[in-house]
Design a protein around this ligand. Structure first.
Ligand code: BJ8
Length: 426
């Protein structure tokens, strides 16, 4: 990190020793995972910079914004409508939950058989190493899976201010009504925290801003359909991860710059993998920074990842919010329509997710699908069975990988992935 941010981290109440230990692991892991790739687009240098400053410059930006009166909201889920936060000049950031940290401390508060994502969030909070969590004026939780919904009851004591959105689990009219009610309730809270009222023009502008960053990700996704693939799955995943941290307008510009570069690559028939390299779609639980274990194994086993059916991926970004309407109520309806389409596995039944996986496999010319589930995540683990059977019936080979954030099973996973890649080559 270029500057010394120690004073800022101290003011945020971080445990400097533990935070140093975290950065000491994160830096080399990033180096090992990303910097040894070859033929990376030039534009990825921006993302390397963002990652090198993820606890530095970006946090300073947030602190400067707070000093200027803006409010920071943190979340763990793509159901939290960023549009409403931007409409009052607030900032939404994703909170750290992609690594195991202080697991023993986390397990004093949670059962051992809790998914790694929830345990990771607790570990970061208890150890006081997440500057995003410390900077957040409000943490927005959501009633999605049982693990999250029950753990927020305990998480409340670890954060400044926790607000929980209730969410539907069924895509019925009643489910839509609940989401509408909860979006309105959240909007009222956002107004209260910021001291501003959501106005039509500001909300339209906010919708445009969020749509623009989603559209940039759609452009990137489509370019990955090219053969050979013009960008690695690891780099594309990194862009999907930074989506949650960065300034939205700067992020959009940076992704579009990469897309310009990839367009010229594909015109010349250039790519990061040779033609004929097995192409894989990864589907399942979200992979938050620095959860790069499985993609790193896949791409060092002779395959290339061409898409992520994930909330840190296309499930989170695929739908745009409508801008039509001239009242806050009408725009709110558009927001409800957009968020109601998210096909998280907490919904029952959830047939649109299978349709989307099929569509992605076809559009990105995937030779096989790897279903990724975090251990103890019942929604995705249970859904992976029917999804696997349906895809195999369609002739799409599937591998299921259930894992956590430790590295202990890496070699075992590598053996299974290599065998799967061989199957795709037959
Ligand atoms: S919309 S996927 S971001 S809830 S891995 S904590 S589901 S036990 S993260 Fe998610 Fe929102 Fe859904 Fe997306 Fe629970 Fe599973 Fe853990 Fe999970």
């Amino acid at each position: 990190m270029a500057e010394d941010y120690t004073r800022m981290w101290t003011d945020l109440g971080l445990d400097l020793k533990a935070h140093d230990a975290l950065l000491g692991v994160l830096g080399p892991l990033y180096e090992k995972t990303f910097m040894q790739q070859t033929d990376r687009p030039e534009g990825m240098k921006y993302f390397d910079f963002v990652m090198s400053e993820v606890h530095g410059l970006r946090i300073k930006e947030l602190m400067d914004a707070k000093a200027a009166g803006r409010k920071v909201f943190g979340s763990f889920c793509v159901f939290v409508p960023e549009e409403l936060i931007l409409a009052v000049d607030g900032i939404l950031v994703g909170l750290c939950a992609g690594a195991e940290f202080a697991p023993d401390e986390a397990e004093k508060l949670l059962p051992r058989n809790t998914c790694a994502l929830i345990k990771g969030a607790f570990g970061f909070a208890v150890a006081r190493v997440c500057p995003y969590l410390a900077a957040a004026d409000v943490v927005v939780g959501e009633n999605t899976c049982d693990g999250k919904k029950k753990s927020y009851e305990i998480f409340r004591d670890l954060v400044n201010d926790l607000y929980v959105m209730d969410l539907p689990q069924v895509k019925s009219e009643a489910g839509r009504e609940l989401l509408r009610h909860e979006c309105k309730r959240f909007a009222a809270r956002v107004e209260e925290v910021s001291g501003r009222t959501i106005e039509v023009d500001a909300l339209k502008k906010a919708i445009d801003t969020v749509n623009a960053k989603r559209s940039a990700m759609h452009r990137l996704a489509k370019l990955r359909a090219a053969e050979p693939a013009p960008i690695s799955g690891l780099d594309a995943l990194l862009a999907n991860q930074v989506f949650f941290y960065d300034d939205p307008e700067r992020f959009t510009k940076s992704v579009n710059a990469i897309c310009d570069e990839l367009e010229s690559r594909t015109k010349k028939g250039e790519g990061v993998a040779q033609k004929g390299t097995p192409r894989i779609l990864v589907s399942g639980c979200p992979m938050a920074v620095p959860n790069w274990k499985l993609p790193s194994i896949i791409e060092s086993s002779g395959a290339v990842i061409v898409g992520e059916e994930s909330c840190v991926g296309e499930r989170g970004t695929r739908h745009l919010t409508g801008v039509e309407g001239n009242s806050v109520d009408a725009l709110m309806d558009n927001i409800v329509d957009r968020y109601f389409k998210i096909d998280c596995a907490v919904f029952t039944p959830n047939p649109s997710r299978l349709d989307h996986i099929r569509e992605m496999a076809r559009d990105y010319k995937a030779d096989g699908v790897i279903q990724y589930s975090i251990q103890f995540c019942s929604p995705y683990q249970i859904e992976s069975g029917p999804v696997e059977r349906a895809l195999e019936r369609d002739g799409i080979p599937v591998l299921r990988v259930d894992t956590d954030y430790s590295q202990q099973d890496s070699e075992q996973i590598r053996t299974r992935v290599e065998a799967f890649v061989e199957r795709l080559q037959d």
